[in-house]
Design a protein around this ligand. Structure first.
Ligand SMILES: [Zn+2]
Length: 228
């Protein structure tokens, strides 16, 4: 039986189970443990045909430009508050020290790259302070550094030595989701894994943890795709 998609089989020494990942463009990659036979992997794929059909037929999300996102949602989060974005003709001279008291965030539309630069600067000026505010309220090891990155597929990460990195796109989220992500990374200072203890700790800091997690799953796809 032939199908209108391509399957790329890869035996992998580190994989523990058979997994099928959709790579877009009607192409799947199937990874399976070395101890599993290719025939077994193929049988597994056969059993997932219905799912694969659905995936292939679901329209791929269109990439949205940051400019059009900001026109539809002209808000950024600065230190726990949502501030309207206002378009200006002149390149904004932003006084980052007074950001928490400004009534709007001026933005200069000179293409995607310029918008990314401005929002990254906003993220660098505000997210580290927000991390420090939240971490000072919690009984956790000290945060050593906070860096702002342009991660393509994650919101943040935390190393065992206390270095937190956050995606600049967090400034586009409402405060409760931004805080949820920061608290998630801070909880990794206590548990460097996603064990039940980790989730319990996070829920004790963020009572809406589960709802926020669901909102992020639903809405996060749109934010992460911006300016990729
Ligand atoms: Zn995590």
């Amino acid at each position: 039986m032939s199908h209108p998609w391509e399957c790329d089989y890869r035996a992998h020494p580190n994989s523990r189970r058979i997994s099928i990942t959709y790579k877009g463009n009607k192409r799947f990659v199937v990874t399976y443990p070395r101890r599993v036979s290719r025939r077994h992997a193929e049988a597994f794929v056969q059993s997932r045909m219905e799912w694969m059909e659905t995936v292939v037929n679901t329209p791929e999300p269109t990439v949205q430009s940051l400019a059009s996102h900001l026109r539809n949602h002209p808000l950024v989060t600065i230190m726990n508050g949502q501030v309207p974005v206002r378009w200006t003709l002149l390149y904004p001279e932003i006084d980052f020290d007074s950001l928490s008291s400004i009534d709007h965030f001026p933005i200069f539309d000179n293409g995607e790259r310029s918008l990314v630069r401005q929002l990254s600067a906003l993220a660098s000026a505000t997210l580290p302070s927000q991390v420090r505010v939240l971490s000072s309220l919690l009984p956790i090891p000290a945060v050593r550094s906070v860096s702002i990155r342009n991660q393509r597929s994650r919101w943040g990460s935390c190393s065992s030595s206390g270095n937190v990195s956050l995606n600049w796109r967090l400034v586009l989220m409402p405060p409760h989701l931004q805080n949820h992500i920061i608290l998630h990374e801070l909880a990794h200072l206590v548990h460097m894994n996603h064990s039940p203890d980790f989730w319990d700790l996070l829920a004790s800091w963020d009572p809406q943890s589960e709802t926020n997690q669901k909102s992020l799953k639903r809405l996060g796809k749109d934010w992460i795709r911006l300016a990729q």
